[in-house]
Design a protein around this ligand. Sequence first.
Ligand SMILES: N[C@@H](CCC(=O)N[C@@H](CS)C(=O)NCC(=O)O)C(=O)O
Length: 209
Amino acid sequence: MKLYHCRNARSLRPLWTLEELGYDYELVNMPFPPRALFPGYLDINPLGTVPTFVDGSLTMTESSGICHYLAEKRPASPLRVGPEEGAYGDYLNWLYRSDATLTFPQAIVLRYTQLEPPERRLPQAAEDYSVWYLSRLRCVETALQDREYLCADRFTIADIAIHFALYLGRSLGLDERYKPNCRAYLERLMERPAFQRAMEKQDQVHAGS
Ligand SMILES: N[C@@H](CCC(=O)N[C@@H](CS)C(=O)NCC(=O)O)C(=O)O
């Protein structure tokens, strides 16, 4: 298995999952954006997005889908929720929600506050989409009111997928506007040994590249 990764990008989701599940894998750390800075990347992933995950003849480019794939390959792992469990629907809902609902508005904020050249930045759009993201976070805040994890009473890849949205918000400075449950959850999950290892690996590879 090979994971193409950029520091703190969505590829952190599969990187963290690989660490939680103890897989053997190769990490390829790339500068961002790899479409411009990592020669040959468009041959591996014509969209140029991060992550790209390769397992034999399989190539995947959706971060939450890769986590799902990795968890399903370990049927006994508590990180997966199976169809026979009552929480299965919730689990899928969180997995899909992680990108379709929660990181989408943040992509607009990132683009119009950091990625575009100064003359093309749009503070109004960035603030509007920040507010939109923060209001969508209500579903996470409410879910965590009386539990430590999002579903199934245990840590699952749904937590990895959603946690990344909170983590991305932190890099945009939006965490100052998080409510208490989201704040505590963001910090708590970052203490997991596998998350810490993922952080070290991305930095180690980075330092050597
Ligand atoms: N839905 C995809 C989105 C992938 C994505 O947009 N990744 C960002 C980095 S976090 C990216 O590659 N942006 C650069 C680009 O679109 O060229 C996923 O969850 O993996």
